[in-house]
Write a protein that binds this ligand. Structure first.
Ligand SMILES: Cc1cc2nc3c(=O)[nH]c(=O)nc-3n(C[C@H](O)[C@H](O)[C@H](O)COP(=O)(O)O)c2cc1C
Length: 206
């Protein structure tokens, strides 16, 4: 029997109670991005359109839907830090997405400690067990298939420094599950937490 598929063309609507796109392409890692404006104001915000894109050099990127403070700051200074959002920091991560004026400091708002970075002028989240110091490589405005631009900016940066809480290194191997990373699902409120029970191993065919 042929399985039934719900098919839709996004430009015409999905005909479902909620847009399934985010729930399908997920759970996604969270880019918890700290920046500083040229004037010195600190900023911290979560971006789930985030991922790693290259090994050598390591490159990470996030998409800002709308030209947000984070993008403006990064264009001004050429720097940002990525911080790992974990289960114990979930509530505080969530507080940093509040729509507040550019001069408002989300570190203070969420009770987080700005810890100095080693190579860049932007602080990392002191409570986060992993942070990456990044230098801007590209800002790409996204476009539709017909070339029409959309108001979304993909920000890519080279990772120039990495901080790892040493307790997450077991015999030198980084223990992903021990960090309890959280990931974003779909809908208004879905998140996933990662623990050792989600781990399985599969090697590439030779
Ligand atoms: C878990 C989570 C993921 C988010 N992902 C994105 C995203 O990928 N892109 C985006 O533009 N906004 C995203 N937001 C909303 C931004 O965090 C929010 O607009 C924030 O105020 C932007 O901060 P800024 O203006 O200081 O840069 C997300 C919010 C949360 C809580």
């Amino acid at each position: 029997m042929t399985p039934a598929f719900h098919f839709y063309e996004p430009r015409d609507g999905h005909r479902l109670p909620h847009d399934p796109f985010n729930a399908i392409v997920g759970p996604r890692p969270i880019g918890w991005i700290s920046t500083r404006s040229r004037a010195g104001a600190l900023n911290l915000a979560p971006y789930s359109f985030f991922n790693a894109f290259n090994y050598v050099p390591p490159i990470v990127g996030f998409a800002s839907v709308g030209y947000k403070d984070s993008v403006r700051n990064i264009e001004e200074t050429g720097e940002f830090a990525w911080n790992l959002a974990t289960r114990p920091l979930a509530e505080q991560m969530n507080q940093t997405c509040a729509a507040v004026p550019p001069e408002a400091d989300e570190f203070a708002l969420a009770g987080l400690t700005p810890s100095p970075s080693r190579l860049i002028g932007v602080p990392r989240v002191g409570e986060s067990p992993v942070s990456m110091e990044c230098r801007l490589t590209q800002v790409v405005q996204l476009q539709r298939a017909d070339g029409e631009t959309v108001p979304t900016w993909l920000v890519l940066g080279e990772v120039v420094g990495v901080h790892i809480d040493a307790t997450l290194l077991r015999d030198g191997i980084y223990d992903t599950a021990a960090a309890q990373p959280i990931l974003r699902g779909g809908g208004p409120a879905d998140y996933f937490a990662i623990g050792p029970e989600q781990l399985f191993r599969m090697f590439r065919p030779r």
